[in-house]
Design a binder for this molecule. Structure first.
Ligand code: NI
Length: 197
């Protein structure tokens, strides 16, 4: 399940809190689904199967940052698919300056190894990262992403409702664009190319 289709009361509380924390911003273009106000983004260090991923080391590249989880039934696969199509549409030179990172909002199940297998299904150059619940919460807050774990069913399975934007970080590290869910490959490609050095 995903925002904004399923707003459960706890989620609304989270979003209301975000809106309050970020009150004062008035850029209407930033009011995309699941995002309360213009977030600031910023650097982070999270863990992939190949080791730490530090965004400060990725200066000079365009980053596509997506928050999701590998058990997601629908929207995550769609978003990852569009990301993969975008990477494939870039020239090799452009692609060398572009990274797509999937940040898990389900660190309990999404180990670095699980994430590696998952993202590789979409594109060999995608990177899946995770961290402690506190680390992920801090990054999500900085980017204006929201997520909330739902109660498990009788088999212990659970969903994690989450916002589904793709955050585009410019080569200088600033959060340049927030692409709403279901953004097309053409749009994503244009945004990436507009930021490439
Ligand atoms: Ni999802």
């Amino acid at each position: 399940m995903h925002f904004p289709n399923v707003f459960t009361p706890p989620v609304l509380t989270v979003l209301a809190a975000l809106a309050f924390a970020l009150a004062g911003c008035s850029d209407p273009s930033s009011h995309t689904a699941g995002v309360a106000a213009r977030p600031v983004g910023g650097d982070f260090v999270l863990q992939s199967a190949a080791g730490s991923v530090d965004t400060r080391v990725l200066r000079g590249k365009v980053l596509l940052v997506y928050f999701g989880y590998t058990h997601c039934p629908d929207v995550c696969p769609a978003a990852m698919g569009v990301g993969a199509q975008t990477l494939n549409a870039l020239t090799p030179e452009e692609r060398a300056k572009t990274r797509m990172l999937m940040i898990s909002v389900d660190p309990e199940r999404d180990t670095p190894a699980v994430l590696k297998t998952y993202v590789a299904y979409f594109h060999p150059e995608m990177v899946g990262v995770t961290g402690t619940p506190a680390e992920i919460a801090a990054v999500a807050k900085a980017y204006g992403a929201a997520y909330i774990k739902q109660p498990p069913n009788e088999h212990g399975a659970y969903a994690v409702d989450h916002s589904a934007q793709t955050f585009v970080v410019a080569p200088d590290g600033r959060l340049a664009e927030i692409l709403p869910p279901a953004t097309s490959k053409e749009k994503m490609l244009a945004v990436v190319r507009g930021l490439l050095p």
